[in-house]
Design a protein around this ligand. Structure first.
Ligand code: SF4
Length: 284
């Protein structure tokens, strides 16, 4: 069984895969989430939520006739109380929903080609107290059972990006919740067809547990001291909800766009500007 290293004591904290991945990318952006600053809903995020409901329906109730996808989507929007989210992203008009339904139908068709033997469960919402006052939360999209053991699957509707941190978190969540390690965890993009699988090992789980425990200590220290967390700027700043208030992020984007002063450009000739990073609070 995996030992969860004891973090420093302090306030109750809740940690998700998104918070951990955000912290690894830029601690300052993760601090924004702790302060309640999240990215706004978008058509893409709405589509992703709806797609997950369609897949769960398929796994639990059986295949959906392709021609009925728009109707089933509307049912899921109602049952999932997604109307507010739908209206917030400007999809209130029926005509605007048609491209979303078409996109979901396409991704659902791709999903049906994914091997589904051994289906065990879908959309399991898990909360587990890994240490006193440290709650890990997340949803396991699907679990499949085979001769070799359990395989966890995470569905994405867009690019995979760098999924290893999130996969590690989900595998740890499952392990701490059930007391049993899955043998494999996989992420599948129904938008691009990309797949990425990782064998789950004790060594990996121990390192993820350490990373999560360390993050719990960092959060508790922030809650106690309110000292800002370091910034790590780069191309991802373009998607950060803090960009309007973050000079470092704006500087990084300006550099990437080639609008920084000529001195920097001449001094750093040949540098890959796509990997430029700006740090605050000495965390290089
Ligand atoms: S804009 Fe960039 S540097 Fe600033 S908080 Fe966001 S991700 Fe971090």
């Amino acid at each position: 069984m995996i030992e969860f290293p004891a973090p420093s004591t302090g306030d109750p904290v809740r940690i998700s895969a998104t918070l951990l991945a955000t912290y690894e990318r830029c601690p300052g952006e993760a601090e924004g989430r702790l302060r309640g600053i999240y990215g706004e809903d978008s058509v893409a995020s709405f589509t992703g939520v709806l797609l997950h409901r369609i897949i769960r329906r398929h796994l639990e109730e059986g295949p959906i006739e392709p021609g009925t996808i728009p109707h089933v989507c509307r049912v899921e929007i109602g049952q999932g109380k997604l109307s507010a989210k739908m209206n917030a992203v400007g999809l209130g008009a029926s005509s605007r929903l048609q491209p979303v339904f078409a996109s979901i139908a396409e991704k659902y068709e791709r999903f049906q080609r994914y091997p589904q033997a051994g289906f065990h469960s879908a959309e399991q919402l898990i909360e587990v107290e890994a240490a006193e006052g440290v709650t890990l939360v997340g949803k396991i999209d699907a679990v499949f059972e085979g001769d070799g053991g359990l395989r966890l699957v995470d569905w994405k509707s867009g690019d995979l990006g760098s999924p290893r941190t999130q996969l590690g978190f989900y595998a740890l969540l499952w392990t701490l919740h059930t007391g049993t390690m899955p043998t494999e965890i996989e992420v599948v993009s129904l938008g691009t067809g990309e797949r990425h699988a990782e064998p789950v090992t004790e060594t990996w789980m121990a390192s993820v547990a350490t990373a999560v425990s360390d993050l719990a200590s960092v959060i508790r220290r922030f809650l106690r001291t309110r000292v800002p967390l370091p910034l790590s700027a780069g191309p991802w700043c373009g998607y950060c909800p803090l960009i309007d208030e973050c000079n470092e992020g704006q500087a990084a984007l300006a550099l990437l766009d080639g609008v920084a002063g000529g001195r920097e450009e001449s001094e750093h000739e040949g540098v890959d500007h796509r990997s430029v990073r700006v740090h605050r609070n000495g965390t290089d």
